[in-house]
Design a binder for this molecule. Structure first.
Ligand code: NAD
Ligand code: ZN
Length: 359
């Protein structure tokens, strides 16, 4: 088992990476808190795979354990699912000293985390992320929440977990497309912060794709480290968190234009190709490095372009992003692989259209 310490303004916690759930109970015991009951929240895909094992392990504490299952998918990350979760917590006697266990992908993490942030004005929770995206992205940073009236993540709260426990073996049951999609965020981490990590992703691709535990562990920990570093810098030095949006400005626009029929990471992959072109147009990002990015995305099975969207339509859609301030577009761009910066309003419409035209 490997561990990483995460320091936030409000809390210090650990991310553990293992290849089974054997150390989950000792890890919870190590929190040194006397929880009154345990409530494992997962969706109806993850429940039959992993909920029983977690409930059985937690039963060892000799306190009540309960499973809560909700219907899977982003379309259920909403108020009515939250209502059902609150209802189950009340019926199962959850109190201020209970522990919520968010078991599953980012949807389970965001909703169980939000339940923990709001139930009785906030109770403790841990994350057991089971998708690659949730292991390297959504379980870090403390953002929890739900969608509302067509707006993504518009209702939510910051609430840090007590612990993040990652079992790489869960990736074996994850649909391959979901794994590939998660790789986009990992390649993004290398692009914005760490050239050596980019080399590692090139060199170790076969072992990554074969789900080799040791390589996955190094990869997941490095990505968690980069994300938590960027997020914690942002707590003091405002705005840096936006570097994590590399590939996301165009990516989100494509995601919306495709009506969410493509996976998030696939759209981010195309967005990163556009961001690399923009980086070359604005800051002299070397074409050979843009080419390396394209080759790496391709090698991991990520798309480079959507054939049926015009550059003009993607450009228009950029201005609908809620993170866009007024009419000024902010892009996270790269000077070199591993060296990123934020560009505000310096790119012309023609430059942006030209970059989008190539994806
Ligand atoms: P998800 O939770 O919907 O999981 C994807 C699919 O995989 C689901 O059908 C799920 O049931 C299934 N699944 C999960 N683990 C599995 C496993 N081990 N084996 C088999 N099937 C499994 O989606 P996701 O991609 O993990 O997360 C996306 C969500 O994360 C979005 O709602 C997004 O807004 C959110 N998010 C949050 C943050 C944050 O900072 N809080 C950051 C990024 C994304
Ligand atoms: Zn993303």
């Amino acid at each position: 088992m490997q561990r990483l310490d995460v320091e936030t303004k409000s809390k210090h916690y650990e991310i553990l990476v293992d290849q089974d759930f054997l150390d989950l109970v000792p890890a919870i015991r190590g929190l040194d808190k006397d929880f009154s009951s345990y409530h494992v929240v997962s969706d109806d895909n993850v429940t039959p795979l992993y909920q029983r094992e977690i409930l059985d392990a937690l039963a060892g504490f000799g306190k009540p354990v309960h499973g809560v299952t909700f219907p899977h998918g982003e379309k259920n990350k909403n108020l009515s699912t939250m209502e059902a979760i609150y209802q189950a917590l009340i019926e199962n006697g959850a109190d201020r000293k209970s522990l919520i266990v968010a078991l599953g992908g980012g949807v389970a993490g965001d909703m169980a985390g939000y339940a923990a942030a709001t139930y009785m004005r906030g109770i403790a929770y841990i994350q057991i992320p089971t998708t690659l995206l949730s292991q390297v992205d959504s379980s870090i940073g403390g953002k929890t929440g739900i969608d509302f009236n067509g707006y993504k993540n518009i209702i939510g709260a910051f609430h840090q977990p007590e612990l993040v426990y990652i079992n790489t073996a869960t990736l074996k049951t994850l649909p391959r497309g979901e794994f590939t999609s998660g790789m986009a965020e990992i390649i993004k981490h290398a692009m914005i912060k760490d050239a050596a990590y980019f080399d590692f992703l090139e060199l170790e691709r076969e072992r990554v794709q074969a789900l080799d535990h040791e390589v996955l562990t190094s990869m997941i920990l490095r990505s968690c480290e980069i994300k938590s570093q960027v997020v914690s810098e942002d707590e003091t030095e405002k705005g840096n968190r936006a570097l994590l949006n590399f590939g996301h400005t165009a990516g989100h626009a494509i995601e919306r234009l495709m009506d969410f029929r493509m996976l998030h990471g696939e759209c981010v992959s195309i967005g990163m190709v556009a961001a690399a072109r923009l980086s070359a147009a604005e800051g002299g990002f070397p074409p050979a490095e843009a080419e390396r990015l394209v080759r790496l995305l391709e090698a991991y099975g990520l798309p480079l372009a959507v054939p049926d969207l015009s550059a003009e339509s993607v450009y228009e859609e950029l201005f609908h992003d809620k993170k866009t301030m007024g009419n000024t577009l902010t892009f996270a761009l790269c000077r070199r692989i591993g060296d990123s910066y934020l560009s505000k309003g310096t790119l012309t419409k023609a430059q942006i259209l030209e970059a989008l035209d190539q994806v």
